[in-house]
Ligand binder design. Structure first.
Ligand code: UDP
Length: 311
């Protein structure tokens, strides 16, 4: 297939591009590099089936070539980044999604939207099933991200219903691995960076809030299966192994091999208290479930950041 990947220079996007190329597809990667980095793609330079174009998807795009699939991953994704760029975040979820799904429509291509567990907000249903409509504060600090992704889901469904575009929507839960940005404020790079520097781990609040961490290769496997499926409604992809942030800090201490102190800091506004995907649907329709245990994934991520630091 000839596949467009928006957000190709980002963390998940770059892993997905690599996988699609390995499967023999041709890929055109788009990214405006606001948070992505061409560094994530250097190892793909020279691959005749890969082309990278610096492009902001809030502006219309036309490829000139035939396209079989558009995979729309472009977005600011870490709370620190989207809080710093709320308008750009709303724009990429709204205008950006419109442009990408419209591109798919013009070419009769498939369209996959990378949505998010943030659609569930601070959830009142646990674990989160796809049927749950969410508990989102529409005017809170995180609303720029949550509401833009909810709009993105709505316009994706509208393009399917009105134009018959073969759409898929994935709600991605916390994902980690090499090529996360070191300073994007998310808990995985933050703790690893702190552990590598030998400084206290900053746990926000009392650390009793929970998350479920999925290794990036597991997620990419799920994305590849979903993009070929006929499921039009959202599908959760994530690891159901839930833990508190304090437990996660302990897991990082274990990989670091040292008992670094923990420093409690203020819990950010609207920080979801619990998050864990119900992946019954992904198991049923995609035959998918995560395989990489946290310890293994954390070790690989640790090695990536260690090598980055020693450069
Ligand atoms: N967190 C933390 N210390 C940090 C960064 C994050 O305790 O240095 C917490 C944060 O408050 C949240 C969880 O870790 O409860 C996951 O945060 P992240 O920013 O990685 O992603 P989120 O799931 O909130 O989008």
């Amino acid at each position: 297939m000839q596949i467009i990947v928006s957000g190709a220079a980002g963390f998940i996007g770059s892993h997905l591009v690599e996988r699609l190329l390995a499967e023999g597809h041709s890929v055109i990667g788009l990214d405006n590099l606001i948070t992505g980095s061409t560094r994530n793609l250097v190892h793909l330079e020279g691959n005749p089936r890969f082309r990278f174009i610096v492009h902001d998807v809030t502006q219309p795009f036309e490829s000139g070539a035939e396209i079989d699939a558009v995979l729309h991953l472009a977005s600011l994704a870490s709370p620190k980044d989207y809080l710093a760029h709320p308008i750009e975040t709303l724009e990429v979820g709204s205008a950006g999604t419109r442009n990408m799904v419209e591109l798919a429509r013009r070419h009769g291509a498939r369209f996959l939207l990378a949505s998010t567990s943030e659609c569930y907000g601070d959830p009142l249903v646990h674990p989160q099933t796809e049927e749950y409509w969410g508990n989102v504060n529409p005017v809170g600090m995180r609303s720029c991200y949550d509401e833009s992704k909810r709009y993105a889901e709505a316009i994706t469904m509208a393009y399917h219903r009105v134009h018959g575009v073969r759409t898929n929507i994935v709600r991605i839960f916390n994902t980690y691995g090499p090529r996360m940005q070191l300073h994007d404020g998310r808990v995985v790079p933050a703790f690893i960076d702190q552990a590598l520097r030998g400084v206290p781990l900053t746990v926000y609040g009392d650390g009793s809030q929970t998350r479920s961490f999925c290794y990036v290769s597991d997620l990419v496997e799920g994305l590849c299966r979903l993009m070929l499926s006929d499921e039009r409604f959202p599908v959760n992809l994530g690891n159901p192994a839930e833990m508190t942030i304090l437990q996660f800090a302990q897991a990082v201490q274990k990989v670091a091999g040292s008992n670094l102190p923990i420093r409690h800091e203020v819990l950010p506004e609207d920080d979801p208290k619990r998050r864990r995907p119900d992946i019954t649907k992904a198991k049923r329709i995609l035959g998918w479930e995560p395989r990489v245990p946290l310890e293994e994934g954390l070790r690989k991520t640790w090695e990536y950041f260690r090598d980055l630091q020693s450069e």
